[in-house]
Design a protein around this ligand. Structure first.
Ligand SMILES: *Cc1c(COP(=O)(O)O)cnc(C)c1O
Length: 393
């Protein structure tokens, strides 16, 4: 019987999923830098335009991009995937494909800054309103539903304080309301959380983060049931132009090969580092989804199989936080995450500076918080670097 890649282990899917070889039998996936495709005959052009198999134009699809989409879909356990030029293109498309003028969205209030801009500044221009809720409060999701609610959006774990949302419970509320649940799964990665299996309808990624994981290219993806990806997203993706470049798709395809290895190693190091940070006298509070003292540890045990590589900790004030950053010698001061290189940032003055103070306080983000993305350096070197910077804070 032929092997079904859907039954493969994640590690096998990561290196062999979606592979389409040419007649040369190349081992490494081919990079097709081509905008368009020549047809054998007028009739074959007609057949492709009628929806038959084969490629037409890079904005619609490309063999390298399709290999990336198929590999990621297998790893996510999704029927279908559409790649986009960035994570934000994926989030924008994921929402735009579900709503029209007069509709309503419910979103967790701790969201990536650009996602908030789309909901608060962009969508209202087209008559779509958003209600923000405390994503950890199930009753709040239920109470926010209106007759015209069409989409729920949540990040879990959320940036920057790693709040976790009960995806299954929120999916039930969305479905009872006739809405779709979109989950931004960047922090957990497909290695540690499968939102579709928990009940979500759509998963979005910034592939810029762990999927590349080596600081090179932007990319994104939308995943879900084949029917939904066709009905809600196929036309908007083709005609508004957020296609992923085949070059970036190739880089990300190679990134997927080592995603599981990298994320597991980063997570092992993050767990050690989180313990060292939590036990340091200068640290008021540490939040790490892999620790038993995470406020939602029981929920995490239910829906995630690992804590991930991001740690948040509170040094009590801006001065101490900045001294910590300025003392680091190995870890970079940078706002990215999921990279091979460890990075730390002060969210209040970088990623979350445009968030009004009242809203920042609502999510508990005060001036002392540092968010750290743990990379692939040696755990001993990182512990020494971080401990020295904590001493200085
Ligand atoms: C980075 C990020 C995005 C945006 O992705 P880009 O690739 O930078 O466009 C969206 N959501 C989360 C949680 C992110 O970390």
């Amino acid at each position: 019987m032929a092997e079904d890649p859907r039954d493969w282990e994640l590690e096998t899917q990561a290196v062999r999923g979606g592979l389409m070889r040419t007649e040369h039998g190349e081992i490494s996936e081919a990079l097709f830098l081509t905008q368009s495709f020549a047809y054998e005959s007028a009739a074959s052009a007609d057949a492709r335009f009628a929806g038959g198999p084969g490629f037409i134009y890079q904005r619609f699809g490309n063999p390298t991009t399709e290999m990336f989409e198929q590999r990621l879909a297998l790893m996510e356990g999704a029927e279908a995937c559409r790649a986009t030029a960035s994570g934000m293109a994926a989030v924008h498309l994921a929402l735009m494909g579900l709503v029209r003028a007069g509709d309503h969205i419910v979103a967790g209030r701790a969201l990536f800054g650009s996602c908030r801009w789309i909901l608060s500044e962009w969508m209202p221009r087209f008559g779509v309103e958003t209600t923000y809720v405390d994503a950890t409060d199930i009753a709040a999701w239920k109470n926010a539903v209106r007759p015209n609610t069409k989409a729920f959006l949540v990040e879990s774990p959320a940036n920057p304080l790693l709040e976790v949302t009960a995806i299954g419970a929120v999916a039930e509320i969305a479905h009872a309301a006739g809405a779709k649940l979109v989950v931004d799964n960047v922090f957990a990665t497909p290695v540690f959380q499968k939102p579709l299996a928990l009940g979500a309808d759509v998963v979005v990624y910034s592939a810029t983060k762990h999927i590349d994981g080596q600081g090179r290219v932007l990319g994104g993806a939308i995943l879900g049931a084949a029917e939904l990806l066709t009905s809600a997203y196929k036309d908007i993706h083709r005609h508004t132009g957020p296609a992923l470049s085949p070059f970036n798709a190739w880089v990300l395809l190679k990134g997927l090969e080592t995603l599981e290895l990298r994320v597991r190693r980063q997570t092992e190091t993050a767990a050690k580092l989180a313990d060292a940070i939590a036990s340091h006298g200068k640290v008021m509070r540490t939040i790490y989804p892999g620790r038993a003292d995470h406020p939602q540890a029981a929920l995490i045990a239910n829906q995630m199989s690992g804590g991930g590589n991001v740690i948040a900790f509170d040094l009590g004030g801006r001065e101490a936080a900045w001294r910590f950053l300025d003392t680091l010698q190995i870890v970079d001061i940078s706002n990215n995450l999921g990279d091979a290189k460890s990075m730390a940032t002060h969210p209040c003055t970088t990623t979350h500076r445009s968030m009004p103070e009242a809203e920042r306080l609502e999510i508990g983000l005060t001036e002392g918080w540092i968010r750290m993305s743990v990379g692939l350096e040696g755990p001993g070197d990182l512990t020494r670097d971080v401990s020295r910077a904590l001493d200085a804070a």
